[in-house]
Design a protein around this ligand. Structure first.
Ligand code: DX5
Ligand code: ZN
Length: 217
């Protein structure tokens, strides 16, 4: 069954606690948190103190998506803030193998994220070590962008690579996920769908989440 990870980026930041409470009582599997540094992506969002405050009331694992240069600098602080999964971009790590092992040694699940123009095959020599791969289906930095259809081909390629390498990584998709784009993603082999504006822009966010889950039933 498909898992859903609502992205707090599209929540009302003046009512972040209410957004977390909503996700707690929904069918979502994780809470997706977008950290941006204004260098790797042209935006700034939230940092460690806010993740820690979310963690104090969250009843679902925190999936922390680090859109920052050289994210290996922050492994211990991401763990201390309460993350269950630390997502680092392939494009932002010079020594990816070292960063992935540091994340696992810190007791978190290790995930690597690929930008839309980064080929899946670049993960061949690390995939066996990963708990999750996040494929960006928009260029990272902002919520509410349009889904890039080429992602579907990348999901299929990644499914094949995971099988060939005996990896247990799950496939997560982030960007432009909604009721129109999700069915093809599920069919292609996605395991986890991140959804921001689709969930928090909905009149009924609980229903938006359960509608996504229902697609795979
Ligand atoms: C964008 C972030 C996403 C964002 C997705 O860089 O990584 O997690 O919240 O937003 P939607 O679902 O609106 O495309
Ligand atoms: Zn994200």
């Amino acid at each position: 069954m498909i898992q859903v990870a609502p992205s707090l980026l599209s929540a009302d930041f003046a009512r972040l606690g209410d957004a977390v409470t909503m996700v707690n009582s929904s069918g979502a599997s994780m809470i997706h948190i977008d950290v941006m540094d204004g260098m790797f992506v042209p935006n700034l969002t939230i940092g460690f103190p806010v993740i820690k405050a979310i963690s104090a009331i969250a009843e679902k694992p925190l999936d922390v998506h680090m859109m920052v240069m050289d994210p290996g600098r922050f492994v211990d602080r991401v763990r201390d803030a309460g993350a269950a999964v630390m997502n680092v971009h392939w494009e932002a790590c010079t020594h990816l193998d070292r960063v992935v092992h540091a994340i696992k040694d810190a007791g978190m699940r290790a995930a690597v994220t690929l930008n839309p123009a980064t080929p899946v095959m670049l993960l061949r020599d690390i995939i066996a070590e990963l708990d999750m791969v996040l494929l960006m289906s928009v260029n990272p930095g902002f919520g509410g962008q349009r889904f890039i259809p080429n992602t579907l081909r990348k999901v299929r390629e990644l499914r094949t690579l995971i099988a060939e390498c005996g990896s247990e990584a799950v496939i997560e998709i982030d960007g432009g996920v909604n009721l129109s784009t999700a069915p093809d993603l599920i069919e292609a082999g996605a395991d986890v769908l991140v959804a921001g504006s689709y969930v928090f822009g909905a009149a009924d966010p609980y229903k938006a989440i359960s509608d996504l889950i229902e697609l795979s039933k």
